[in-house]
Design a protein around this ligand. Structure first.
Ligand code: NAD
Ligand code: UDP
Length: 315
């Protein structure tokens, strides 16, 4: 028989793929979301499944239901969204994880926290290894997200040491794919939507900053592997695709793959924007036997098809 699994942030981009995978594996899935950045459209196709339950709830408020596992994803992930109400963002990470850890404690459930490469800040170690403690500005415009996620990692480890909770921390690096919102504001969705509409492609800064993009199916495979691995490996573990490129190279790839006539324009670089980011995934490979399978062109092609359809539906 399947498990009872709670996915907070389950109506969001990654959460919706995770809910679908967990249902396909025969589990009962409770998707908890306040729809701040998530959407019912992402999970509509799951609504008729008798093993799926949707709960409209804010993770900063206590929540009580019997569960075997908790995946804690609730938190806006796109910089413009998490900066829109910075106080709410940090509350979501900190109060949210306390509420979820208390639930895990009561029911002796396992809990996985969706942490982030942002815990490394603007990294001075490249590629980033899990033993690196990071270079984070505690008072900048990204701090509500970075420090909230760092504090959530601390709470995970403290509940593990103090209360014996079975905790798992994964550090997610830039992930993309279908179910991203048209107005999400992150680079993958912005560039593809701009290219498909023939609008200018907005590069922030000179485009020399790097990112490494992971397709969403690879990420959710890694998440589930991490949750279900034997208890002695609790992380943190990086999950991402180490194929690194500059944002300018990425813009050119999107223009080529969409066959777009869009021009590149340059806009100011937001504060504290990390100059480079690439995961070292040796630990994930060793402990979980996990490596990403989808290469950038395959993943971007699927994402272009998704956005193309979505733009046509919206017209
Ligand atoms: P997303 O914005 O699409 O999803 C976040 C979900 O959380 C949304 O459905 C939103 O409505 C919900 N949410 C936000 N605040 C909430 C609250 N207070 N109570 C209940 N629900 C709330 O973003 P995503 O890309 O799917 O990210 C999911 C998780 O993965 C986040 O925790 C994010 O920090 C983490 N992450 C994502 C990436 C990435 O590249 N996508 C990278 C690192 C970490
Ligand atoms: N970026 C950009 N144009 C955009 C959106 C983002 O040049 O329209 C840049 C952004 O400044 C950053 C990188 O692309 O350097 C990745 O941004 P994103 O918001 O996707 O995620 P981040 O990794 O910064 O959290």
């Amino acid at each position: 028989m399947g498990r009872r699994i709670l996915v907070t942030g389950g109506a969001g981009f990654i959460g919706s793929h995770l809910c679908e995978k967990l249902l396909n594996e025969g589990n009962y899935v409770i998707c908890l979301d306040n729809f701040f950045t998530g959407s019912k459209n992402n999970i509509n196709h799951l609504a008729d499944n008798e093993n799926f339950e949707l709960v409209n709830h804010d993770v900063t408020e206590e929540y009580f239901t019997e569960v075997d596992q908790i995946y804690n994803l609730a938190c806006p992930a796109s910089p413009p969204h998490y900066q829109n109400n910075a106080i709410k963002t940090i509350k979501t990470s900190v109060m949210g994880i306390i509420n979820m850890l208390e639930l895990a404690k009561y029911f002796k459930a396992s809990i996985l926290q969706a942490s982030t490469s942002e815990v490394y800040g603007d990294p001075l170690v490249h590629p980033q290894v899990e033993t690196y403690w990071g270079n984070v500005n505690p008072i900048g415009i990204r701090s509500c997200y970075d420090e909230g996620k760092r504090c959530a990692e601390t709470l995970m480890m403290d509940y593990h040491r103090q209360c014996g909770i079975n905790t798992r921390i994964i550090r997610i690096f830039n992930t993309y794919g279908p179910n991203m919102d048209l107005k999400d504001g992150r680079v993958v969705s912005n560039f593809i939507v701009q290219a498909l509409r023939g609008e200018d492609i907005t590069i922030y800064g000179d485009g020399s900053q790097t990112r490494s993009f992971c397709y969403v199916s690879d990420l959710v495979d890694g998440m589930v592997k991490m949750m279900n691995n034997p208890q002695n490996f609790i992380g943190p573990v990086n999950i991402g695709n180490p194929s690194e490129r500059t944002i300018l190279e990425f813009a050119k790839l999107i223009i080529e793959m969409t066959n777009s006539k869009s021009k590149i324009v340059y806009q100011p670089l937001p504060g504290d924007d990390p100059a480079q980011r690439k995961p070292d995934i040796a630990l994930a490979e060793k402990e979980l036997g996990w490596v990403p399978k989808i290469d950038i062109r395959e993943g971007i092609q699927k994402t272009i098809e998704y956005f193309d359809k979505k733009i046509k539906e919206n017209n």
